[in-house]
Design a protein around this ligand. Structure first.
Ligand SMILES: Cc1ncc(COP(=O)(O)O)c(C=O)c1O
Length: 344
């Protein structure tokens, strides 16, 4: 029980905290990886920890169906479909993106797991129309917000932070700095509250990949969004905000790795994806974890992360992203020299 909420155990926890020897030797900092990409349904990822709490809430409310929303290539949608499939619920994903012209990456997995994806022109009306359709068909719909980021989903990462604090103590890196991706914010905020809750000395840096404000105002806009999310979550969970003693200035966030837009194809990000794959055989994605690992790589190279520091990279999953067309074409172009067709 966490802040009045229970979960249904879906995952084999704890996920490993691994020392990345080759990268550490190369960068001159000690890099550890928290393998939340190894969570065990449908190629894994951070949303499954959130879904353990949503599933319990949905079951308690007698739901027969989960409906969620996001971009066409939402990892969260894919993992919501996975949990629904495994626990005998129906599922649907609503997206305001255009149909990308092919069923690849997450869309392919959604379909394989029997989850319909509704491409709508307006999210507000489209979402309601999909909910109304299934309600009229007799389903009891449970709506999971975009990215699973509300006060319930966040609890999965409160728990993860407590788990990670224990693992870090065991490895004698109790005051390391964690780098985590900030998209819909639940992972970062949950971890921040979890670290406060267990009195951890671990530090947390959020790498934003989804711009919240106009160019030049991203950081201030994100800080405001996090502050609102924090206050609304405390209220919804019936928690006194004094319990965590957080002020807007306490959010340690970086917006330098957005590279202009959400989920764009960026050469520098692909370079660190190749780097990590070639040094550690760990695959990161171009939308989320690639940008976060780039922050660690650049920080080590330019001295912002001092040599000898202990750093924890939160691997939050996102593997199917490499198969999305606009990323795949760039990867294929760059990797063509590795193909030796009829020659040596
Ligand atoms: C692979 C991956 N990493 C990180 C995130 C960011 O997590 P959050 O939305 O909780 O900020 C997401 C969100 O979709 C994701 O899919």
């Amino acid at each position: 029980m966490l802040f009045g909420h229970d979960k249904i155990e879906i995952l084999h926890l704890p996920t490993p905290l691994e020392y990345l020897k080759n990268v550490s030797e190369d960068l001159g900092i000690n890099v550890y990886c928290k393998r939340d990409d190894l969570t065990n349904l449908a190629t894994g990822g951070n949303k499954l920890r959130k879904l353990e709490y949503f599933l319990k809430d949905a079951m308690d409310k007698g739901a027969t169906m989960l409906i969620t929303e996001g971009g066409a290539q939402t990892n969260h949608g894919r993992l919501t479909a996975a949990v629904a499939a495994k626990y005998g619920l129906k599922c649907a994903i609503v997206t305001a993106d255009e149909y990308p012209g092919e069923i690849s990456a997450n869309l392919l997995l959604d379909g394989m797991m029997g989850c319909p994806v509704f491409f709508v022109s307006d999210m507000e009306t489209g979402r309601q129309a999909v909910i109304d359709k299934f309600t009229a068909e007799g389903e009891k719909v449970y709506y999971v917000p975009m990215g699973g980021s509300n006060e319930i989903g966040m609890l999965g990462y409160v728990e993860c932070a407590i788990e990670l604090d224990r693992q870090a103590r065991d490895l004698d890196i109790a005051d390391a700095t964690i780098y985590v991706t900030v998209g819909s914010m639940g992972t970062y905020l949950g971890m921040l509250l979890g670290l406060k809750e267990c009195g951890s000395d671990l530090k947390l840096v959020g790498i934003n990949v989804l711009p919240y404000g106009e160019v030049g105002h991203e950081e201030e806009a994100l800080r405001k969004a996090l502050w609102n999310y924090y206050n609304s979550s405390c209220k919804a969970l019936g928690l006194d905000t004094d319990r965590f003693d957080i002020k807007p200035e306490d959010f340690v966030i970086e917006t330098a790795h957005i590279h202009g837009a959400y989920n764009n194809a960026v050469e520098e990000v692909r370079e660190v994806m190749y780097y990590l794959a070639r040094k550690e055989a760990i695959i990161i994605d171009p939308c989320y974890t690639g940008k976060t690992f780039e922050a660690i790589y650049d920080g080590a190279k330019n001295g912002d992360i001092p040599q000898g520091s202990d750093v924890i990279f939160m691997h939050t999953g996102g593997l199917p992203g490499i198969y999305t067309r606009h990323h795949r074409v760039e990867l294929e172009r760059e990797l063509m020299p590795y193909m030796h067709i009829g020659e040596f």
